[in-house]
Design a protein around this ligand. Structure first.
Ligand code: URA
Length: 200
């Protein structure tokens, strides 16, 4: 039961419930530390990524590693600061890997996303943003929008009554930037998607 007067209080209550996450912990494939979300509970835009990585787990804040710096840059280009939006993940724990994981990360699988989905859906219902942005194919699948970010991106889909834009994960843009062509297509398409978000 999520109690509280303000959105911030409700989110804090939800985070402490999510911290226990019996379903997620029972899987045994997720790491210990929960990384819930960051940003403004009153935000109009809610960004949803995959799962925390090495840096996010260390700092207990979503999108603070390389992908996070790219996301922060995208926000800047939109005239926004991190504190103006709400940034979350479809999976609240860093997916574990065999042996000494070091700084390696992997995407959450279906079971891992399903175990955290109730928290994400409650998060959405508390914040009631004007727009959600699903960052990449994994978040897209976890939210039940569908599979294949290439095909799905650039359009709004309904998630709990909230228009949800699908666009690339910032890590994809980082990878494309290192290739011939410098990621121009990926960046232009992501920017087109963010323009639609700004116009909403
Ligand atoms: N990638 C994600 O999808 N989420 C994070 O929080 C960091 C990197």
């Amino acid at each position: 039961e999520v109690t509280g007067e303000t959105k911030a209080e409700k989110l804090a209550a939800l985070a402490s419930i999510a911290e226990k996450s019996p379903e997620a912990r029972a899987l045994g494939t997720l790491r210990e530390t929960m990384v819930f979300a960051v940003g403004n509970p009153e935000a109009q835009i809610l960004f949803i990524g995959e799962a925390p990585g090495f840096e996010e787990e260390r700092q207990q804040e979503p999108f603070v590693g390389p992908a996070g710096q790219k996301l922060t840059g995208i926000l800047k280009a939109m005239g926004l600061e991190r504190r103006d939006v709400y940034i979350s993940n479809i999976c609240k724990f860093r997916p574990a890997m065999e042996g000494n994981q070091g700084t390696s990360n992997r995407a959450p699988n279906d079971a891992e996303m399903a175990s955290c989905l109730p928290y994400v859906l409650t998060e959405i219902s508390i914040i009631q943003p004007k727009v959600i942005v699903a960052l990449g194919g994994v978040a897209c699948k976890g939210l039940g929008i569908g599979e294949g970010v290439m095909r799905l991106r650039g359009r709004f889909y309904d998630v709990q009554g909230i228009p949800t834009m699908v666009t690339y994960h910032p890590s994809y843009i980082l990878r494309e930037e290192k290739l011939a062509g410098g990621g121009i297509r990926a960046k232009r398409e992501c920017w087109e998607d963010m323009m639609k978000v700004m116009e909403k």
